[in-house]
Design a protein. Structure first.
Length: 350
């Protein structure tokens, strides 16, 4: 009986992760074939890509009012992304970092963690706070296209001004208008080429539908089996969310980061984690809270979230130290993650 539930959990996780992978590829291909601008593709498909497992599983958990799973998944994924995934990647190869990575995405990631910590202090993340998270994620996504790589200013403070002045709404309006203009300006040859590509679009549409179904079914299995394990072993759903669910939904980040580090693309490796952690709080947390307000337990307020903030600060320190993350620092991350899990299990066993 227990083995069957383990297999169902693994099956759901496989459907979720692989379904998300095919979903992103199919969506990007369709968007490109029908003439959608690179801006829209990057904003909607690529930027959210590796966070789809967390997004869908957390959304379903929120529909089922399993707040502990949602928050465990969000916080646990962010901790695992830094301490486990970057730790493993740094052991494989020294990760070269850049100043821009710290000034913009690094500080915004820390800002997201601090905002999250402030919102959970009253024991609930409301729909209004979820909406604010989503607004911040929209502003962040648009800010990525506004920001210049060679900019000398402090990118984080510019982002705050960008958000408070509602500049992102002007950016969105301009980009949508630009996208529509470029789409309407297609030549006759280009339109003929689009006609020849309709068959490919139809194939990708079927793939999009199938992978979308796989994601939803997989997430449903994942959440149901996570609840089952929690009840059978009398383990808190927060612990299940922080461990089983968070580690499972972090597999796409693990694959991208590990591959990038092995090939010497340190910027991609760390950038993927920073962007994913921002998306986990602003996008995943925002969507889940908008569906149903999230109840927060004490261990999330007093232990998990402070640990997430501490490990985020440690990552920023390691990024800035000689602008690289060494194997020694990777080992330190893994030891810190092991310590986090040991203390977590101890707290729930006493």
């Amino acid at each position: 009986m227990l083995l069957m539930h383990v297999l169902l959990f693994a099956f759901g996780l496989a459907l979720l992760v692989k379904g998300a992978d095919y979903f992103v590829k199919a969506a990007a291909t369709i968007a490109e074939k029908v003439g959608v601008s690179e801006f829209v593709i990057g904003l909607t498909v690529v930027a959210v890509g590796t966070s789809i497992p967390e997004l869908v599983s957390s959304a379903l958990a929120s529909f089922k009012q399993e707040s502990d799973l949602v928050l465990g998944n969000v916080v646990g994924s962010n901790i695992a992304n830094i301490s486990l995934i970057i730790g493993l990647a740094a052991i494989v190869a020294v990760i070269i970092t850049r100043k821009e990575m710290l000034k913009r995405d690094g500080y915004i990631m820390l800002f997201a963690a601090l905002i999250f910590a402030a919102f959970i202090l009253n024991g609930v993340v409301s729909r209004l706070e979820g909406a604010l998270f989503l607004l911040l994620y929209l502003a962040y996504s648009l800010f990525l296209f506004e920001d210049k790589p060679d900019q000398e200013g402090e990118c984080f403070t510019e982002f705050i001004r960008y958000f408070l002045r509602f500049t992102y709404l002007k950016t969105l309006k301009a980009k949508v208008r630009e996208s529509m203009t470029s789409s309407n300006a297609l030549t006759a040859d280009e339109r003929a080429q689009q006609q020849r590509e309709r068959l490919e679009v139809a194939k990708q549409a079927l793939m999009l539908l199938a992978s979308g179904i796989a994601i939803v079914v997989g997430a449903d299995f994942l959440v149901d089996e996570a609840v089952y394990f929690s009840e059978v072993f009398k383990i808190s759903k927060t612990v299940i969310g922080v461990t089983l669910v968070a580690l499972g939904t972090s597999l796409p980040e693990l694959g991208v980061t590990f591959s990038a580090a092995r090939q010497g693309y340190g910027n991609i490796a760390v950038g993927n984690i920073l962007g994913s952690n921002i998306a986990n709080i602003f996008l995943v947390g925002g969507v889940a809270a908008l569906i149903f307000p999230l109840a927060v337990i004490r261990v999330t307020i007093l232990y998990n979230t402070p640990f997430m903030i501490a490990i985020s600060i440690l990552l920023l320190i390691f990024i800035k130290t000689d602008w690289k993350i060494t194997r020694r620092e990777g080992i330190a991350f893994l030891l810190v993650y092991a310590l986090f899990l040991c203390v977590l299990f101890y707290l729930f066993s006493t």
